[in-house]
Design a protein around this ligand. Structure first.
Ligand code: IPE
Ligand code: IPE
Ligand code: MG
Length: 256
């Protein structure tokens, strides 16, 4: 279906190396239908399947899904519980397919707060998929970007106190390597569904030069076609990284 001839044109040679998705709008999707929020999250987990499969088949190398923020722990207990159960279910159901599709799963976030059964399953999946190479799927779970930055600063401080790192050697690279995302490239494209135009504590450091794309679709309605639209939009943008157009053009010519 998604491959119909009216699909947006995407240049497979210029794909974003890393896409981050802020999967928002499950609650509103449910409310519109008179369903419980938990049912909205269930519908959202179907859309997770869709975007993972789509990214893998298009050839996107790295996908980060913002599944649960550090701040989302403050939601009603039943909702948090429903989300944790869905996560456990997702891991069990998708395990085989993730292995078959050669996807490596990693986690960004503070797993200590995650219920032990879910944490154990997730850790097993991370270990089982660690040698997979076709795509990396990073689950941002119990994740907050400010919390991540503070954690990195604390770890670097410890290394300094132990005499293993000199303050003068601390640079952007060393700092980046202290984050959860140390083995991922920075996101080229960040998509937020659900119509809100904010970052909500997602990949603050890493998104310094990310292209932002906001979709009004509620996450359960977000399709392969919507993903292609976002990538096509990204490919029409001109990224300058602080340089002039002329400098970028020269660089592009040299690159060819
Ligand atoms: C899903 O959307 C994001 C999660 C926190 C799991 P929401 O649950 O925030 O949905 P809305 O924003 O209330 O519609
Ligand atoms: C962001 O959505 C977090 C996730 C998608 C997991 P929220 O619904 O928590 O963000 P706010 O509250 O609208 O900023
Ligand atoms: Mg929301």
């Amino acid at each position: 279906m998604g491959r119909s001839k009216d699909s947006p044109k995407v240049d497979r040679k210029r794909l974003p190396r890393h896409i981050g998705i802020i999967m928002d709008g499950n609650g509103r999707w449910a409310k519109l239908r008179g369903f419980s929020r938990a049912r909205g999250h269930r519908a959202g987990s179907q859309a997770v399947r869709t975007v993972v499969k789509a990214c893998r088949s298009i050839g996107v190398q790295n996908l980060t899904l913002f599944a649960f923020s550090a701040q989302n722990w403050g939601r009603p207990r039943e909702e948090v519980q429903a989300l944790m159960e869905l996560l456990a279910e997702f891991i069990a159901k998708e395990w085989q397919e993730i292995m078959d599709r050669d996807i490596r799963v990693i986690n960004l976030g503070e797993l200590r707060r995650v219920p032990p059964d879910v944490r154990t399953r997730l850790k097993s999946m991370i270990v089982a998929t660690r040698k997979n190479r076709s795509m990396t799927l990073a689950l941002a779970l119990s994740y907050g970007a400010r919390e991540e930055i503070v954690r990195a600063a604390r770890n670097l401080g410890r290394r300094m106190r132990a005499g293993k790192l000199s303050p003068k050697d601390l640079d952007v690279n060393v700092f980046s390597n202290a984050l959860y995302t140390s083995d991922l490239p920075d996101p080229d494209l960040i998509i937020r569904t659900g119509g809100e135009m904010r970052i909500s504590n997602f990949l603050l450091w890493q998104s310094a030069y990310a292209e932002l794309y906001f979709s009004t679709k509620l996450f359960p309605d977000f399709s392969r076609q919507d993903l292609l639209l976002a990538i096509a939009d990204y490919q029409r943008r001109r990224r300058r990284f602080g340089l002039t157009d002329e400098q970028i053009r020269k660089k592009d010519r040299r690159g060819k």
